[in-house]
Design a binder for this molecule. Structure first.
Ligand SMILES: Cc1ncc(COP(=O)(O)O)c(C=O)c1O
Length: 348
């Protein structure tokens, strides 16, 4: 594993301790609810997030759509950001799998959806032309808006709005623990107003597979059925859950290092002529930047230049990049990467 891989935090692979725990995990058939390690993982997730229950699912994409299906009926509407993962990057699963419609709103710079815009978008039974709004979905941290964390105060306000209108609040918390660490708050405070929330074990927390959906017991009972419908019922999944337990108990503190590395990368890149770094309202582990006309290489050129030096970077489109820091990116890797981008900036 010699490459320095910034393409995503999903490339983070399990630690040696995780691999040992996986090898020794006590397992059972989880579709029968008999895998003690999965049960332990689910209890731990529910406890850490302050929710009644939790369910282990194979991926974040399944977590989002399973939660939405459990909350909605065909023809309902889900309010979400126009740059949200659930809208942009899940193959229209809301429509295809859920039979529901996305009502997208533009995000503010800080990744939030303005409360007055949400209120204006809510549609109810009164008018027979309208679909019925059932869910408000927010993303924390908000990936495309720069990995920005949404605060407990904002989430509380959206939660109150949802309650007033009898809607469900769903949080796509793929990087929820990054948000909690960046804001220095208890993760419970970020999700208290939510009817459903999910987070990924397999991104910054380095587990190989899996996401946790959390909510009330009744909601999780519904999601359990949806997971089975989607083919997500796993058998001796305790082997995966063993890594997930360590992800939650041992990997959260290290996210602060990932954020510091991302910040140093962002600050360093911003000093290079021809590199424009996006400055989110609060940095976590994602650094978005673009090459301007002053940079001698285009996006594909810089990508190949870095790859020749064993650095993999996510060239999103054209000359736009995203670099994600994670457990396997060190301070020395940041130094090396900055040196190489400086060299590339001098290339003719
Ligand atoms: C914000 C957000 N939500 C959901 C997902 C989907 O997660 P998965 O890749 O596990 O399906 C991602 C993946 O990168 C994400 O960034």
């Amino acid at each position: 594993m010699n490459k320095i891989d910034f393409r995503s935090d999903t490339v983070s692979h399990p630690t040696a301790k995780m691999r040992a725990a996986m090898a020794e995990a006590i397992v059972g058939d989880d579709v029968y609810g008999e895998d003690p390690t999965v049960n332990q993982l689910q209890d731990l997730a529910a406890d850490m997030l302050g929710k009644e229950a939790a369910l282990f699912v194979p991926s974040g994409t399944m977590a989002n759509i399973a939660a939405i299906v459990a909350h909605t009926q065909r023809g309902d509407e889900v309010i979400c950001g126009q740059n949200s993962h659930i809208f942009l990057n899940e193959q229209a699963s809301l429509a295809v799998v859920g039979g529901v419609q996305a009502h997208t709103l533009p995000e503010e710079q800080d990744g939030t959806l303005a409360l007055d815009r949400i209120t204006g978008a809510i549609r109810t039974l009164g008018n027979p032309h309208y679909p019925i709004t059932r869910v408000i979905a927010i993303e924390n941290t908000h990936n495309v808006m720069g990995g920005v964390p949404l605060t407990p105060a904002y989430t509380q306000q959206v939660g109150e709005l949802a309650k007033q209108h009898n809607l469900k609040l769903h949080i796509d918390g793929a990087r929820l623990f990054n948000a909690a660490v960046a804001l220095d708050v208890d993760v419970k405070d970020l999700v208290a107003p939510a009817d459903s929330v999910y987070f990924c074990l397999s991104k910054g927390l380095s587990a190989p597979v899996g996401s946790m959906i959390c909510g009330s017991k009744d909601f999780i009972a519904k999601v359990l059925r949806v997971r089975k419908l989607m083919g997500g019922g796993m058998r001796q999944a305790g082997i995966l859950a063993a890594a997930g337990i360590l992800a939650m108990t041992e990997m959260v503190a290290g996210l602060a290092t990932d954020h510091a590395n991302a910040e140093r990368l962002a600050v360093g890149l911003a000093t290079i002529k021809g590199v424009h770094v996006h400055q989110p309202t609060h940095r976590t582990n994602l650094v978005y930047f673009d090459l301007t006309e002053d940079f001698p290489l285009d996006g594909a050129g810089l990508t190949s230049y870095l790859a020749e030096h064993d650095i993999l970077m996510g060239n999103m489109y054209g000359s736009s990049f995203r670099a994600a820091t994670h457990h396997w990116i060190t301070a020395a890797h940041i130094t090396k990467t900055l040196e190489l981008v400086v060299q590339a900036a001098k290339a003719q």
